[in-house]
Write a protein that binds this ligand. Structure first.
Ligand SMILES: [Ca+2]
Length: 415
């Protein structure tokens, strides 16, 4: 029951790639990409690289209830905010202020914080979240996420998370600090208290799967994802400590909510329901509904497979999630999921209002996910943007804003 691969391209790139593989209980079938569709997808990537694309049609013939939608994608160059070091390039973290401007975290130093105004395309360097000594020349040492807690007219309290190189012990932990930022005449970033530091500190060879993404709960607390950091002992619960967990964090309290995660790069709080996206190994990317006290299975079970026999950890059971909390949805093969956002209510997103959108790296697509109630996933539609999407936000006017690993901001709207 693979979904139809619909192809029609009046003036644009049209496809429904039929991602619908992984709803629990469904028969698992390989995702099909006929070569003509592959060709069309690649030709569309070329169109996108020109810059502004109009009227790309997301064909929803496989699922009539949400109807067809068209998307427009406008691309803005923001090269200064891109993280550029060894080990590739990386897009900025993004958070929106209540006045509509954005905070972007990254830049060549990985830890710079910028104020960005899309209306004027003006970018202001506010300062740095950490010292140069807290990182190595590697793009993975970069701001993972920014959460805005409290705002005044020219200042704000924000939380910033990043994987930090602990020079004295030559290892890596994920830290979360509170900052006061000033964006008036004298821009500044002043670091305050450390709210969280992951333990154990892991060897730097494993600086991967940091996660470090946040969902704001209220003006004094957030949910924070901590990935497995590629820790070779992640399969030893007595040793793995904070790794592979989700926490509720405030200035004076840290509470573990869930465990058994690999690399949760997307997190969104919808009412009281907390959803995360998670990179599996080769295949087995997940959308999870997070509930307190549950174990989500990594590294003991995964719908994916090890990359090689020499992986840092080999799941005991693959192609299965038996014995642990199952994802609401999963992807085989991998899409490499990043940020999750909820589309705003109202007319802006038509029938997709209130639904969620997920960025992807490898898939270079936005994936629209329909939630039916808390736990059921309806339509899942992929829209190629031809870029690795690092983070997502919703603008004041309801547009989606994406940061990409090649240093762009994308403004995405219904066409
Ligand atoms: Ca899992």
């Amino acid at each position: 029951m693979s979904e139809p691969l619909s192809v029609a391209a009046p003036g644009g790139c049209v496809h429904n790639k039929g991602l619908g593989l992984g709803v629990e209980g469904a028969v698992e079938l390989p995702r099909l990409y006929p070569s003509r569709v592959r060709t069309l997808i690649r030709s569309c990537v070329c169109l996108i690289s020109v810059g502004v694309i109009a009227g790309l049609l997301l064909n929803t013939s496989a699922a009539a209830d949400l109807g067809e939608i068209k998307l427009t994608v406008e691309s803005i160059d923001t090269p200064n905010v891109q993280v550029m070091n060894s080990n590739g390039e990386r897009g900025a973290a993004i958070a929106r202020l209540s006045d509509g401007r954005f905070l972007l975290g990254g830049g060549k130093s990985g830890l710079n914080l910028y104020l960005y105004d899309i209306a004027t395309r003006k970018e202001t360097l506010l300062g740095s979240a950490g010292a140069a000594s807290e990182r190595l020349d590697d793009t993975r040492f970069a701001i993972a996420d920014i959460a805005v807690l409290n705002e005044r007219s020219k200042s704000a309290q924000v939380l910033i998370s990043y994987p930090r190189y602990e020079r004295s012990s030559n290892c890596v932990s994920v830290v979360l600090y509170s900052y006061q930022i000033y964006f008036g005449a004298k821009p500044a970033v002043k670091r305050g208290r450390l709210w969280f530091k992951s333990k154990p500190c892991v060897p730097i060879s494993a600086i991967q799967h940091a996660a470090g993404r946040m969902a704001v709960i209220n003006s004094s607390s957030v949910y924070l994802t901590i990935g497995d950091l590629g820790f070779t002992k992640i399969d030893k619960p007595s040793v793995r400590g904070d790794l592979g967990s989700i926490f509720r964090v405030s200035a004076n309290k840290v509470e573990r909510i869930s465990q058994g995660h690999r690399n949760q790069q997307g997190i969104v709080l919808i009412g009281n329901n907390l959803y995360t996206s998670e990179h599996g190994p080769k295949g087995g990317d997940e959308l999870n509904l997070i509930e307190k006290g549950l174990d989500y299975g990594w590294p003991f079970v995964s719908y994916g497979q090890p990359y090689t026999a020499g992986d840092y950890v080999i799941p005991a059971k693959t192609g299965s999630h038996d014995g642990y909390t199952k994802p609401l949805y999963y992807w085989v093969p991998s899409v490499a999921p990043t940020a999750l956002v909820q589309l705003p209510a109202g007319q802006k997103w038509g029938p997709w209002a209130g639904q969620i959108v997920m960025g992807t790296l490898a898939e270079q697509a936005l994936i629209f996910i329909e939630l039916k109630g808390r736990t059921k996933v309806g339509q899942v539609l992929s829209f190629d943007v031809g870029k690795r999407i690092r983070d997502l936000e919703v603008a004041l006017n309801g547009s989606l804003v994406a940061t990409t690993d090649d240093g762009k901001l994308l403004l995405i709207n219904l066409g």
